[in-house]
Design a protein around this ligand. Structure first.
Ligand code: GDP
Ligand code: MG
Length: 319
């Protein structure tokens, strides 16, 4: 039986965990009922929920820190949502299990909504589903909603872009990996965290990050997720950075992210249809780009050739 979107929405607003889980699954599965549900969600006032992306290399302490932030915000009586992005690789099953165990003592708390999502190599689809999960959690009264990534690949970067604010977690002793990633990631981050401040080499890393952060008008927080030191300060800095962001173009950025989400969905919706038509064509010969144009035209796109740039633009969808 097809689920009734209106009833699901009521369940979400009533904070019914089963309705929340069901709704997210519908979106992940691209179920037809997901569309009216998401449209109805758009009517709900969601802008008040702060959404926080937590990213950084594996082992930096993101999950431990997320758990500490949950505990901190729960202490203030807030309801928290967590979307944990897991890699779909079977090799990382251990890490995923570890995260589940770490979040376990919040698992029985009805005011903490946790959902894991696999990347499955589908960046667009993942972003679309993660963005929807964030909105569903926000509609169920979660504020903040945290999106935690497993590592720092492109999928994760795209996902944290969905959030209002991105926290980059680094830690000493992670080797050359983070050296290589740091530059690009710092650009993306609104806030830097040097975790494992109990380690003697943490301060050197923090000092190294300070000028980089200052140059971009970013702050560096020092935390020890293992015992919670620095967590209240981090939570406060997250809230302050969010407030500053609201005055500083956050709404425009949000809108750009919504546009990116629309594009992700368009691709997600189009891909199976295109694949189906393509398979029907049998053997493909000649220029792949020309074939791609023919494929798009065969499903109803009218492509206009732009002679100046030799690029195709879609003028109108006729179907
Ligand atoms: N010494 C120390 N270890 C930490 C700290 N935070 C996390 N860890 C440990 O670092 C490892 C990786 O932590 P985890 O939260 O799974 O990192 P993630 O991969 O970024 O999610 C675990 O063994 C944690 O117990 C910290 O502040 N100090
Ligand atoms: Mg983790």
């Amino acid at each position: 039986m097809s689920p009734d979107p209106q009833r699901l929405l009521e369940g979400i607003c009533r904070r019914d965990p089963r309705a929340i889980a069901r709704a997210i699954t519908l979106v992940e599965d691209c179920h037809p009922a997901a569309e009216p549900l998401l449209a109805a969600l758009d009517e709900a006032p969601l802008d008040k929920a702060t959404t926080v992306g937590i990213t950084g290399p594996g082992g930096a302490g993101k999950s431990t820190l997320t758990q500490q932030l949950i505990a901190h915000w729960r202490g203030q009586g807030r309801r928290i949502g967590v979307v944990a992005i897991d890699p779909s690789s079977p090799i990382s099953g251990g890490a995923l299990l570890g995260d589940r165990v770490r979040m376990m003592h919040h698992a029985l708390d009805p005011q903490v909504v946790i959902r894991s999502m696999a990347t499955r190599g589908r960046i667009g689809g993942l972003c679309a589903a993660a963005g929807a999960a964030v909105r569903i959690m926000a509609a169920s009264g979660c504020d903040p909603v945290i999106v935690e990534t497993v590592g720092v690949g492109q999928a994760e970067i795209d996902v944290v872009r969905l959030t209002d604010l991105t926290v980059l977690v680094l830690a000493p002793g992670l080797g050359d990996d983070i050296q290589a990633m740091k530059a690009g990631l710092v650009e993306l981050a609104d806030l830097l965290v040097v975790n494992k401040s109990d380690r003697p080499d943490a301060e050197a890393l923090a000092m190294e990050m300070e000028p980089v952060a200052r140059e971009r008008n970013r702050r560096v927080c020092r935390t020890c997720a293992a015992d919670g030191r620095g967590v209240p300060e981090l939570a406060r800095t997250i809230e302050e950075t969010h407030c500053a962001g609201l005055e500083n173009g956050l709404r425009e950025r949000r809108n750009r992210c919504r546009q990116a989400e629309v594009l992700d969905w368009a691709i997600e919706i189009l891909q199976p249809r295109l694949r189906e038509v393509l398979l029907g064509l049998g053997e493909v010969r000649g220029d792949p780009r020309a074939n791609a144009r023919r494929l798009l035209e065969s499903v109803g796109f009218q492509l206009v050739q732009d002679p100046a740039s030799d690029s195709s633009s879609i003028s109108k969808e006729t179907r």
